[in-house]
Design a protein around this ligand. Structure first.
Ligand SMILES: Cc1cc2nc3c(=O)[nH]c(=O)nc-3n(C[C@H](O)[C@H](O)[C@H](O)COP(=O)(O)OP(=O)(O)OC[C@H]3O[C@@H](n4cnc5c(N)ncnc54)[C@H](O)[C@@H]3O)c2cc1C
Length: 600
């Protein structure tokens, strides 16, 4: 097993040289932190990843969760790990001091999640779902709810979930039918079922706290009639004793990967005794839940990148020890075989992975920085950062998710036939990352969110703000010889993106909304490649500055490797936009016109 699952040097480079996280410490909310305290956290995360998470990666994959006596049993180590995540402060790290947290920036939380995820993805779901769920109670819960639930969640004794999906309401959350009936005691009685609830039940914790969407009786149809409830598996009674809250585990899903985390099918109220406690106001539940979903979506992008990172370093190591064939320039068959990394096509696969992994991580950290600034910057700056975050989130979720499928496949390919076997980890990473285009909204849903809502949000203000920032970086990049041509390419891509957007607006007006959104997924892909090109320009600028400063903080090989990856991205990935642009400007609408009965 490869010992390396992420590059510490790269994470440092992104956090310090590209995103200047130290600037966050100047904000009131983060004033107790320093660059040194961030680095200490990342060191501790790396140690936990290497010593506790990575050693059980394969074991977890080979022993998926199963049902015993109507409860889900998970890997025995998970209980110990949840305790550790709690005791060491990982679950509460970003929470405000008043809730016992450390007020660590979301950027650092995601950097930690990246390290953990690269070591072993599944355990991170337990910890950070709990963080997100507790965060909702912090934001919208009454004092009683906060006191009753948050402390136990932060110690890792209780698990948090997001319980949205139902059989008929997956992508379409407006169709949630779980009901909530108000009682004269002030709580609600819930009835219905939820499917696919991550960490929805397990013996790793004493209790599970579901943040659940349901419809109060008589509420309007659609998304405007959905409310958010705290629904514990075990509820504290008047004496503080835990009693069963009529949340039954109907089953566990058997998945292709991500085996360490249990995905539950839940039935609520079979005995009419499932109590739910309303968060915030009635009917506003989906908008509240978006807080958790938006954090989780950036988390999905980060985790997809983390698995792709682990797959990359695993493959890189193999290509440096596996000998096969000879260089095309070597005609003498008696000479020893060459290492496969010497073949251009193998280097192509490696640079593909590196440019996508490091570009994706940069994109996620960009979103994190907007997130932090949107919450904690001086009041006047928050709105603009929020708008940029809103616009960037579909790309930060979907680009890494989609591309990690391709990069983990390329990693597997580096192993040749051995990659297809369970002797190596390549097949595990390939299976493990496949979830990310599905949960937290499928790629199609994010495409429609981007094109149908976000690009034109506030008359296109978010788009304008983001483009202005990209243009500033393009201007900066033009100062460096190495980056000049790539800056020009990025500038041209922005113009083309705008042309595509204008074309699609005309389609919306002349043909209608279906034609407008029919290729929203491809629009998202185009936007994603362009935003990652921007991230590579930013990294290029940072490299050039470090070179000019004659830095000793980064090795010459590291900086050169960055330049190779940057070149690769612009030379191999950015040209893929041409096909997307051609398609998005086409007047052919086969996907609308094709009749279902004639698709055979
Ligand atoms: C491992 C795992 C963990 C999960 N964890 C959670 C969790 O913790 N909490 C939770 O609530 N849910 C969870 N989910 C559920 C997940 O969010 C849903 O599976 C997802 O939203 C898709 O819903 P669906 O499966 O019903 O597919 P569908 O909505 O039926 O979609 C099927 C296909 O149709 C496409 N499609 C659907 N509607 C449209 C449309 N309007 N336009 C274009 N295309 C469309 C989709 O993109 C997809 O390709 C999890 C799922 C999995 C597999």
């Amino acid at each position: 097993m490869s010992a390396k699952f992420y590059s510490k040097e790269n994470l440092q480079f992104l956090l310090h040289e590209v995103f200047h996280v130290e600037e966050l410490c100047q904000l009131e909310h983060f004033k107790d932190h320093t660059i040194e305290s961030f680095d200490m956290m990342l060191e501790a995360a790396a140690s936990l990843g290497a010593n506790h998470l990575r050693p059980i990666l394969v074991e977890m994959d080979r022993t998926p969760p199963h049902i015993e006596n109507a409860r889900i049993k998970v890997h025995p180590k998970m209980r110990e790990l949840m305790k550790k995540f709690g005791e060491d402060g990982w679950i509460s790290m970003s929470a405000p001091h008043e809730f016992g947290g450390q007020q660590v920036p979301f950027t650092i939380l995601q950097a930690v999640s990246f390290i953990f995820g690269a070591a072993n993805y599944s355990p991170t779901a337990y910890a950070f779902l709990t963080t997100g769920a507790a965060h909702l109670i912090e934001a919208f819960g009454s004092k009683e709810l906060q006191e009753a639930y948050i402390p136990k969640m932060f110690t890792g004794e209780w698990q948090g979930t997001m319980a949205l999906s139902e059989p008929q309401a997956g992508s379409s959350l407006g169709d949630v039918v779980t009901t909530a009936t108000l009682t004269d005691k002030g709580h609600y009685l819930l009835k219905g079922q939820k499917v696919f609830i991550s960490c929805g039940d397990s013996d790793a914790v004493d209790n599970v706290v579901h943040l659940m969407l349901a419809r109060i009786e008589g509420a309007p149809a659609g998304t405007k009639g959905i409310s958010l409830f705290v629904v514990p598996r075990m509820r504290p009674d008047e004496n503080g004793e835990l009693v069963f809250n009529d949340v039954n585990t109907a089953g566990v899903f058997h998945k292709m990967g991500y085996h360490g985390a249990p995905i539950a099918h839940l039935m609520m109220g079979e005995k009419d005794d499932c109590r739910g406690f309303l968060l915030g106001e009635p009917h506003k539940g989906l908008s509240y839940m978006f807080q958790m979903m938006n954090e989780a979506r950036i988390g999905v992008g980060t985790n997809a990148t983390s698995i792709a990172s682990a797959a990359y370093y695993n493959a890189l190591e193999y290509t440096k020890v596996r000998a096969q064939g000879r260089k095309l320039t070597e005609k003498d068959a008696s000479k020893p075989q060459t290492l496969i990394i010497n073949h251009a096509d193998v280097k192509r696969m490696l640079l593909f992975q590196k440019s996508v992994v490091e570009g994706s991580l940069s994109l996620c950290l960009q979103a994190c920085k907007y997130y932090d600034l949107s919450k904690t910057a001086p009041e006047a700056e928050r709105e603009d950062n929020f708008l940029k975050l809103e616009l960037l989130t579909p790309m930060a979720k979907s680009y890494p998710a989609e591309m990690s499928i391709q990069t983990t496949s390329a990693a597997l390919q580096c192993f040749g036939g051995y990659g297809f076997t369970k002797e190596f980890l390549a097949e595990l990473f390939f299976r493990e990352t496949r979830i990310h285009t599905l949960h937290e909204g499928t790629t199609a849903i994010h495409g429609m969110d981007l094109l149908g809502r976000k690009v034109m949000m506030q008359n296109g203000k978010a788009t304008m703000l983001l483009m202005q920032e990209v243009m500033q970086d393009i201007e900066e990049a033009k100062k460096y010889n190495l980056l000049k041509s790539y800056a020009a390419v990025t500038s041209n891509k922005l113009v083309q993106l705008q042309e595509v957007s204008m074309h699609l607006m005309t389609v919306a007006q002349t043909i209608g909304p279906e034609a407008y959104l029919s290729d929203a997924t491809l629009y998202l892909e185009l936007f994603g490649i362009i935003t990652v090109a921007w991230q590579w320009l930013k990294q290029g600028i940072a490299v050039e500055k470090l070179k000019a400063a004659n830095t000793k903080d980064y090795s010459a090989e590291f900086l050169q490797s960055k330049i190779y990856a940057l070149q690769y991205f612009f030379e191999y990935e950015v040209p893929k936009t041409e096909g997307l642009i051609t398609r998005l400007k086409s007047s052919n609408h086969v996907t609308i016109e094709a009749k279902p009965e004639e698709i055979l």
